[in-house]
Design a protein around this ligand. Sequence first.
Ligand SMILES: C[S@@+](CC[C@H](N)C(=O)[O-])C[C@H]1O[C@@H](n2cnc3c(N)ncnc32)[C@H](O)[C@@H]1O
Length: 283
Amino acid sequence: MNAELKQLPGADEQLEKLEIELLLEGVYRRYGYDFRRYAFPSLRRRIWHRINLERLGTISALQEKVLHDRDSFERLLSDLVIPATEMFRDPGLFLFLRERIAPILSRLPFVRVWHAGCASGEEAYSTAILFEEEGILAKSRLYATDISRSALRRARERIIPADRCGQYARNYELAGGKSDFSDYCEREHDLVLMKRRLHERIVFAEHNLVTDQSFNEFHVIFCRNVLIYFNSELRDRVHGLLFESLAKGGFLILGGKESIAFTRYADCYETWNEEYRIYRKIR
Ligand SMILES: C[S@@+](CC[C@H](N)C(=O)[O-])C[C@H]1O[C@@H](n2cnc3c(N)ncnc32)[C@H](O)[C@@H]1O
């Protein structure tokens, strides 16, 4: 029987929860990736998806496989991290960044930006393009981090999916692009790459928001569409890390379904744009 069908209502939910906890504990102790406080419903769905693809019947069977076989762990990891992203995702946000935030940043002697959970880098490349057009790229350093090594590899290779270039060009225009999106790309055989000069301003590095510490002080932090995968306890912890890492007067940019409200840090920020979840640190 299809493994997903076995999980219809009536199945032993407590046993399933126990098996998931043991799997996540095993993954943490064997490989150091800590998913123990990620939001349960989406973890559960993705674990069963992997069980089906591996043609296994139970969570315990998946646990046995991933603990003994690094390749199957890597496949589970790529299911759990969801590195979905795009260039100028939510173009209105980038328009706001261009019109309202870049002028403030341009008064600083040096600008540090952190893209926390950058996936394959499109968000950081978008900021680099925007900063170049606003004349602040040369005095900026963008740090783009993620736990997914395969996503970071794609980011460093500068490759963007050729079939998405049309959509990216439209997003770029809506974000107030001052040139042509193709000016920032180059072709290599059938691949489309972001221009090398953009990459030169970005440091791509592995960093785990759950287990790693702050590593610098930033004027802007993007942490978009990452916290939705965490439970409330973990979200609070990560908000602490982001708060510590942001300079006073700096901007925190979250994803469209994320908010600073109802966290311990809500009073430390002023809302600059509710729609695009842009907050300024005031204490
Ligand atoms: C949906 S993508 C968001 C990418 C980009 N920020 C955006 O909004 O387009 C979520 C990213 O968060 C990363 N991620 C998940 N857990 C993480 C953690 N504990 N530390 C750092 N990154 C994490 C995933 O690997 C994935 O690349």
